[in-house]
Write a protein that binds this ligand. Sequence first.
Ligand code: NIG
Ligand code: FE
Length: 418
Amino acid sequence: MQTPSNSIAGSWDADGLWLNMRLMPGALVDGGSIATEVSMVVQRGLIAWLGASHELPQSCADLPRHDGGGALLGPALVDCHTHLVYGGQRASEFAMRLAGASYEEVARAGGGIVSSVRATREADEQTLFELAAKRLEALLAEGVCAIEIKSGYGLSLEHERKQLRVARQLGKAYGVTVRTTFLGAHALPPEYAGRSQDYIELVCKQMLPALHSEGLVDAVDVFCERIGFSLAETEQVFQAAQALGLRVKLHAEQLSDMGGSALAARFGALSCDHLEHLSSPGIAAMKAAGTVAVLLPGAYYALRDTHVPPIQALRDAGIPMAVSTDHNPGTSPTLSLLLMANMACTLFGLTVPEALDGITRHAARALGLQDTHGSLGVGRPANFVLWPLRDPAELAYWFGQRPACTVVRQGRIAVQPA
Ligand code: NIG
Ligand code: FE
């Protein structure tokens, strides 16, 4: 694999004393903040001290200094739902939808996910790495330090493996936390047309065990939908995941209320994602299981959907709401998590603090990374961003431009304003 231009090799140590910063509201592990100017000590890549500058221990005064310039200090961002590794693009489907075809109609006509499967199968590992690396670089430049990457455009052992290997390789090359999700049950591959049950057995009995034994799978996902897989098929995949001790997630209730969220919650799902058609039994089950609701306003927008997820009911139930790009070539070809925060506010009615929690602490929880990512605290890895902004709301307010920022990822200064 080639070394990317802004790899860890090109970054430098963030150890030392970081001075002259303001803390984002809700940035601390306990959801709190500090009202006065703050300082932070980073040692061996971990946050060793964080507090009001006037309380800085004398012993830290001689450490090498980094001037925060009065910037806002916040946790680095987490993108908890992406399909980053694929070949080709699907602009022609965008045109078809504009001409009146629905996502389901495009899929049933042989386009949709299966068209990305064709292009992904044709691409070799190096090509997929190079394509995905460019996408990852855009996300990282905006402050992302942890990302979930799903398979699901291979739909055979060989090609799902290729996608997951690339995902792992991206994590190593860029010094970024990558959680891989096996999404073998994303669509029925053409060679299994009319034999859905046979394909699910291949997924459960061969693909998942093999990829798991190769260390390529951190979690398991299914597209539970009329144009995806049924509730019963989803349950089969979840049982296979459970037997291997793997956590599950679900593409649930995006186009219709299939009852997938309640099923996923019964399996202790980390998250249920999309949720435009989520109803009360699903909400109750998710609440009981501690499942995160992942909102994907990019897909909602691109499909010109009008059915908003039940935000107030999720809020009333106290279910953590994460926000993610869902980056994929079909329904959400965006590479801006901050744009998704903006859309979560404008399209779904989240408040700014909810949207910011959605791309940090709740997104980390959706990946099981809440102890290390998504908020700031002593002993945690130094994953943070300095935003030279006046008002924290600016993070969700500007759109279509990337704010200048300094990103420290895994204890390295990885991005700096040009
Ligand atoms: O999350 N809904 C299913 N999966 C993707 C779309 C994949 C595609 O159309 O390529 C999603 O929106
Ligand atoms: Fe998705």
